[in-house]
Structures are given as structure tokens and as C-alpha cells.
Design a protein around this ligand. Sequence first.
Ligand code: SF4
Length: 176
Amino acid sequence: MKQKGENIMSKTLRLAGILPNSIVDGPGVRMVVFVQGCEHKCLGCHNPDTHPLDGGYEMSVDALVDMMEENRLIDGVTLSGGEPMLQPAALASFARQARIYGHSVWCYTGFTLESLLEENNSDRMALLSQVDVLVDGRFVLAKKTLSMPFVGSSNQRILDVPASLKQKAPVLWNGE
Ligand code: SF4
């Protein structure tokens, strides 16, 4: 369901992979888009293959939207990586289409919400404005946890993005 007049054909993503149906990257069944490229260098990162900025493969936003629309099993989409905030404009287009389609959008980032708000980069803010829930912060090996859902280390937070943008401060997701 692409919006009339929206030019998303020109937007291209560099991806590490796509998981069509995941039950561990947010609530329900979700299509997970693993983007390629990350510069955070977290010790103990589980996805080092996603770090090179020139690795992975290219895919148009249009093709990704088509894949999402064909997937009848999912409740939402999750942007992971790699670092989604390195490709904010194309991901904002994809996330916008996902929401129009009725899907919730989760996004993982190694940046904190506070740093993104302070930086106030227009493309990253555009992506944030299309995200429902942000899991923020780098993976910290010393704080690794297997008991907290949806996070890899206990410093990471699960944030309600619309509420956080309204408050201009982190608001924890209440699980709904
Ligand atoms: S932000 Fe994620 S992908 Fe990047 S180094 Fe840290 S854990 Fe790995």
C-alpha cells in the first residue's frame, strides 16, 4: 500500500539479511530487517559480520515493502543490525509504509535516545518519528542478560517513542 506520489523507488538500503518471521525481536511475529554497517564496536557483539559499511547487499525500499506486504503472518517489523541510524532516510520511508500497512515498528540502535535528541539530525529524527518502540544503547558485555525480554544487556531500554518525543525525554514502553 504505497502512498500516491511518494517517491520511494530511488531509496536503497544496504542489508545484512532479513528474517521473515521472528518471535524474539519484539512482540508477536515480526519481520526483522538487519541493516548492514555499524561503527559502535561493542565488545561481544553477536553480529560482527554486519559491521563493514560496504558489506551485505543492496535492496530497494520498494522491494522491501513488497516483501512485507506479501508476508501475511507478521504483526510488525523490527529494524535491527548493524546500526539502523546509519541509513535513516531509506528506513524512514520503509517504516512509514509499514505503519500505513498497520504494522508496528520497532527499532534497535546503539545510540541512546538522549544522544539522538541532542544531535537532532533531520534524517534520524524523521526515522524516529516513524518508530513506535526504540531499544536503545550499545550492547555492554559486562551487563549481558538472558532474563530480560528483547534486550541483550541490562543498560538497554525499551522506549515508547511517540511519548518520548512528546516529553523530549525517555519514556519506557509499557508493554502495550
Ligand atoms: S550496536 Fe549492535 S551491531 Fe553494532 S557493534 Fe553494538 S551490538 Fe554489534
